[in-house]
Design a protein around this ligand. Sequence first.
Ligand code: SF4
Ligand code: SF4
Ligand code: FES
Length: 251
Amino acid sequence: MDVKLKINDVEVSAQKGEYLLDVARKAGFEIPSLCHHEAVRPIGSCRVCLVEVVAGGKTSLTTSCNYVVEPGIEVTTDSELIHKMRAVNLELLLARAPGARRVRDLAARYGVSRPRFAPVDDNWLPNCILCELCVRVCEHQGHSALSTLGRGDQKKIGLPFNRPAESCVGCGACYSVCPTECILMKETRTNRTIWGQTFDFVPCKECGAPVITEKHRDFAIKNQELPENYYDLCEACKQAAASKRFASVAW
Ligand code: SF4
Ligand code: SF4
Ligand code: FES
């Protein structure tokens, strides 16, 4: 621990290079977020994690997810101004994503039930708030199948050239992290369809439950140097097999 700062008048220690949102949450302070995931690089897109920071005698309102902590800063995680600015940002997000439960719930906590702004008509990916979390997670996993397309008010999220991406392995990570649940994914017991491609599942050799897509398995085994049989069993059957082995050990 080599950075000392204050959050809401409480002295907190952090590692050099840590982001303020992560530090504050670890210390027990609540800050809302939509576009944040601790595993991927932050881009400060949704702006609901705003906090006030006093650094070098200057006070500023800043997004905490992409603010690297500095020694001696004094942070306030809630105030009238912060509340007001978060509410404005949530109003903008709600106009883009009126059908997103998480955005609606968060907006309601800030007193916003209906945005004053005109709804954004997005036939491409309805309810997408362009937070790029899906793009960053996909890139972090080593696939880089998604990207931002266009600029300004033409900006969209999708597959380059709008064609099924060769590098997509159907892992579903983008679907899992999307804060507005706007990515379409369909699953049966044998396959998963996402971003215009259908991926067959590897069935568990014991119980037949889907383990992982075949393409994702091949990618993981090759890139993480895992044994060929690593995905032969689902987690439940792996654990059952481990317990059986443990029980059969002579004591
Ligand atoms: S399902 Fe495809 S696009 Fe989504 S994170 Fe996995 S590889 Fe990327
Ligand atoms: S699809 Fe979801 S995760 Fe991706 S940019 Fe849109 S809202 Fe964010
Ligand atoms: S969580 Fe910080 S800008 Fe979205």
